[in-house]
Design a protein around this ligand. Structure first.
Ligand code: PLP
Length: 346
């Protein structure tokens, strides 16, 4: 009786191009260099990909100053979440995360017969003391999305460091930093430096968000050599496609596109929050490329927006029945959302 993960909606009947703000995708698209690299792959579709993802791991290692043998790539960070749970948890074990944490943690736990356990949050933010208090001798993995989806909240470096140091050494802490590149807060850290210091920390990153390569399915994990070795044993031999590898290398080597995307997000975020205020709507604080907005009737608001061709994400499955998560799109898309919300308010 495992409820499947249901992704954000992408279709509206009768509309060829709905406004898709339900999956936290980069509205500016991928780096033109990544698109070129993807196209160039067409000439070699008969060839298997490099199962060791060497060129991509080298590019990532160089970009972030990381050790090559602590890196493994996956078909999206989703695959890496599943592999970690499959490798480290089973029946009778517990997988811990916070109340409004990313849904895949619990789904992955159930698929291996492990028990998902959630700890309460404070102000829509993971409560690290509550998480520590929920650790038992059965806990195998703790997932911490930082920033978190769907809340958009984050935890500062010192808090995460102290939490990681206080966790039992035999519990693996997985810091899921899917939205790291968007964060502007000076006390934020993606956790990569903790991997060097502690033997039980793994960091996950993705190409699906700021790099705009969600369609290709590409993510990476950085962790202790022993954990990476285990992931290399449980993953498929060619788990990442050649197209994803090629586009990924080009994307990592195009920091200009990342910066352009970050700057766009920051600007449109500030603008959208002001527009919401004008409409007497409240956006929760977010450091990601999406905002949670509270509605009196969230399902009704989602249905109205859909009728206007705007797809947003209902987050009842995350325990947030009164909110909708709205991805920050292009200027034109966000203007269309504001116009639709104005009609909704009337
Ligand atoms: N982790 C978090 C926190 C996410 O929000 C998402 C996607 O929405 C993922 C992981 C999975 O991303 P992907 O499998 O596309 O890398």
């Amino acid at each position: 009786d495992i409820a499947p993960y249901v992704g954000g909606e992408s279709k509206v009947e009768g509309r060829e191009k709905p406004i898709r703000l339900a999956s936290n995708e980069n509205p500016l698209g991928a780096s033109p260099k990544a698109v070129e690299a993807y196209k160039a792959l067409a000439a070699e579709l008969n060839r298997y990909p490099d199962g060791g993802a060497l060129a991509l791991r080298q590019a990532i290692a160089k970009r972030y100053d990381l050790a090559l043998d602590r890196l493994v790539c996956g078909a999206g960070s989703d695959e890496l979440i599943s592999l970690l749970v499959r490798a480290y948890a089973g029946p009778g074990d517990e997988v811990l995360y916070s109340r409004h944490g990313f849904l895949m943690y619990g789904i992955s736990a159930r698929t291996v017969g492990a028990t998902p356990v959630t700890a309460p949050e404070r102000n829509l933010t993971a409560d690290l003391e509550a998480l520590l208090a929920a650790v038992t001798e059965r806990t195998r993995l703790v997932f911490l999305a930082n920033p978190n989806n769907p809340t958009g909240s984050y935890l500062g470096y010192e808090a995460v460091r102290s939490f990681a140091e206080r966790l039992p050494a035999d519990v693996l802490l997985v810091i899921d930093a899917a939205y790291a590149e968007y964060v502007e807060a000076s006390d934020y850290d993606d956790g990569l430096s903790l991997v060097e210091r502690l033997s039980n920390v793994v960091v996950l990153r993705t190409f699906s968000k700021i790099h705009g390569l969600a369609a290709l399915r590409l993510g990476w994990a950085y962790g202790p050599v022993e954990v990476i070795d285990v992931l290399n044993r449980v993953r498929g031999p060619f788990n990442v496609s050649a197209a994803a590898l090629a586009a990924g290398v080009a994307a990592i080597n195009d920091p200009t596109h990342v910066e352009r995307s970050r700057a766009h997000n920051a600007r449109i975020h500030a603008w959208f929050v002001r527009q919401l205020q004008r409409l007497n709507l409240r956006a929760e604080p977010s450091v990601g490329n999406f905002v949670l907005v509270r509605f009196g009737d969230a399902p009704g608001a989602a249905a109205f927006l859909k009728s206007q061709g705007v797809l947003v994400r209902a987050v009842g499955a995350y325990g947030l029945p009164d909110h909708l998560r709205i991805t920050l799109g292009t200027d034109e898309e966000m203007q269309a959302v504001v116009d639709a919300l104005e009609r909704y308010r009337q």
